[in-house]
Design a protein around this ligand. Structure first.
Ligand code: GDP
Length: 350
């Protein structure tokens, strides 16, 4: 009868309340990184960035680059659990008349969100006219070849032990790594991973990054990845600013849960951010009191996306953010999250 239903509702409300409390406690104790730790990591990253700038200017004055800069969640207050990674953005300059960008959906591979960068006008401007011609593979600028150029420099010709001893860090290139990564031990028990991320500016203000498509199939070799990170992050922040919402807190919780649970590590910030943005389209209440409800809804939405094998990018729905996951990975993620729906607090016991 109505009495029993009311009791069940009340019980449910009480359980919600406790999940809510646990989520905020977890947020304070595990997710959030102390300001001092963030500052120390940023300082170490900046020291490395400064050294690399000096080195590249001296060693390769004609490499057409704009100034390198640091970016990533460490700089957007979206990093979670430990301050342990950052991206070193390396903007490459391409001659306008020598290169053109071809969207992935217009190629035989048909992958929205990825692009080919084609060398043009070879008959008038022969190979060698552009510095980056050395990275041509089959008429296209190869992100792998670009990464190799930096790898040779960074792993081969920089005296990291010497620089490290000046800065009082232990610095070493991580090999093998999918991108190009430096490991920086800046205190006895603190490590920072700095990823090199060469990037190309697009005409509309977007960017392509040299982060390989996975799985690393031969036919995907030359694909550049369109980065939506800046726009996604800005949109999420703007929504929170408008209504004092908890979307960023919800994102950081989800990121922490994925970072701390081995079975969820394949879910990345971009997938989580976009799932949240899509949820924001239909869900209006992002008050602090709604955190547990929204968090559970996010889990449910992720399960649905994984079941469908499709998570559209909020900024370009043609892009499927699950397209690089292998089927067993999708299954494992979906199963783990599905189980978590009946025991969400289990996700916090790590
Ligand atoms: P987190 O690494 O999970 O904390 O999330 P971030 O928001 O810092 O995202 C970093 C990841 O996004 C890295 O794997 C990058 O390769 C990738 N990424 C894609 N586009 C960008 C970009 O424009 N800037 C940065 N910093 N990372 C990007």
């Amino acid at each position: 009868g109505p009495g029993a239903g009311g009791g069940a509702d009340l019980l449910r409300a009480r359980m919600r309340l406790s999940l809510q409390e646990r989520l905020w406690a977890f947020y304070r104790e595990r997710v959030n990184i102390p300001g001092e730790e963030q500052a120390a990591a940023r300082r170490a990253a900046l020291d490395i960035c400064a050294e690399l700038r000096v080195f590249l200017h001296a060693k390769l004055p004609d490499m057409p680059l704009r100034e390198m800069y640091l970016s990533g969640s460490l700089y957007d207050d979206l990093q979670v659990v430990t301050a342990d990674h950052a991206q070193l953005m390396v903007p490459m300059v391409l001659e306008k008349n020598l290169w053109s960008m071809v969207p992935g959906e217009d190629t035989i591979m048909n992958v929205p969100g990825f692009w080919l960068v084609r060398r043009e006008n070879l008959e008038y401007f022969p190979r060698g006219s552009s510095y980056w011609d050395r990275c041509l593979v089959g008429g296209y600028l190869s992100p792998r070849a670009v990464l190799e150029v930096f790898e040779r420099l960074v792993a081969g010709s920089i005296n990291w032990p010497a620089i490290g001893s000046v800065l009082d860090y232990v610095i070493r290139p991580v090999v093998p790594s999918e991108t190009l990564t430096l490991e920086v031990q800046y205190e006895t028990d603190r490590r920072l991973y700095v990823d090199f991320l060469p990037l190309l500016s697009m005409e509309d203000g977007g960017a392509l990054i040299a982060k390989p498509h996975r799985p690393a199939a031969e036919r995907h070799q030359n694909l550049w990845r369109q980065s939506f990170r800046a726009a996604e992050t800005a949109r999420l922040r703007a929504l929170d600013r408008e209504d004092g919402g908890c979307r960023c807190a919800c994102l950081k919780l989800a990121k922490a849960v994925c970072k701390l649970n081995a079975a969820l590590q394949r879910l990345n910030a971009s997938q989580l951010t976009n799932a949240l943005l899509l949820l924001s389209d239909t869900e209006g209440d992002w008050t602090q009191e709604a955190l547990a409800d929204r968090f559970l809804q996010l889990l449910r939405a992720l399960v649905r996306h994984l079941e469908a094998g499709r998570l559209p990018c909020a900024l370009n729905p043609k892009v499927n953010l699950l397209c690089e996951l292998l089927e067993p990975e999708v299954d494992e993620l979906g199963y783990t999250l599905y189980c978590a729906l009946s025991d969400p607090e289990g996700l916090l016991r790590t």
